[in-house]
Design a protein around this ligand. Structure first.
Ligand code: GSH
Length: 231
């Protein structure tokens, strides 16, 4: 297989890429990386010394591609499928990149701040940083709720890279810092995302690992339309 994906089925940034791969039925070899296994960690660091997943290895072109958004753009260019995740129109592509950045930087990153803080020892918590992250999430929710008016997907009618980024960001953030009561468009949008086969499959594959999500106890039953195992 030409494409190898270093990833973990529970990792939100990896979900962006599996959703993109499944959308287009792209063949790849999944290589699960466990950060707690020194040999896995060493393999990841060798591929991408930053040590973050996902990382794509294209054996045919002898190339390593890190960063979820770049991987999706790379797949769109070199392994295109029926669905163009980057619109061919330059202005629409800019919008896809903008909203992809929005979900990564202003939803996923503050969501990860909450998760990381929960995993820290009690005496090393960062309440100030967590409060900042919460404020960022609240701004993002307000912006998104307004943006979704009259739109099925982030760009309107066409599913794009921005929606690949939205799914994991909203899936996890919605548990950690629930959407406001009146954010009906965000809830409906998350419902539409989770109902897509590419997204549903991604979360079916996360099932065996969900007990490691530090906010598992706060997850509403059936969150995202998935029948989660009980611990
Ligand atoms: N900007 C990166 C972020 C990747 C990222 O934060 N990945 C997480 C998993 S969701 C990770 O590998 N964390 C491990 C660590 O920070 O040590 C991307 O878009 O791929």
């Amino acid at each position: 297989m030409a494409l190898v994906l270093f990833y973990h089925p529970l990792a939100s940034f990896c979900h962006k890429v599996t959703i993109a791969l499944y959308e287009n039925g792209t063949d790849f070899t999944p290589e699960i990386i466990r950060h707690d296994l020194p040999s896995d960690r060493a393999a990841l660091l060798e591929a991408w010394p930053v040590g973050k997943m996902p990382v794509l290895r294209d054996e045919e072109r002898a190339l390593t591609i890190p960063e979820s958004s770049l991987i999706i753009e790379y797949l769109d260019t070199h392994y295109p499928g029926p669905r163009a995740l980057l619109p061919r129109d330059a202005d629409a592509a800019l919008q896809a990149r903008l909203w992809d950045r929005f979900f990564d930087l202003y939803v996923q990153v503050p969501m990860q701040k909450h998760v990381a803080d929960r995993l820290r020892p009690d005496d090393q918590r960062d309440p100030y940083g967590v409060a900042e992250a919460t404020a960022t999430l609240e701004t993002a929710y307000r912006m998104l709720e307004a943006h979704l008016e009259g739109r099925q997907w982030v760009l309107g009618d066409a599913f794009s890279m921005a929606d690949c980024a939205a799914a994991p960001a909203l899936f996890y953030a919605g548990v950690i810092h629930p959407f406001p009561e009146n954010a009906t468009r965000i809830r409906d949008y998350l419902g539409r995302l989770m109902a897509r086969p590419s997204v549903h499959r991604t979360y079916e594959e996360a099932k065996p690992f969900i007990q490691y999500f530090p906010y598992r106890a706060q997850m509403p039953v059936g969150w995202g339309g998935v029948d989660w195992p009980t611990d």
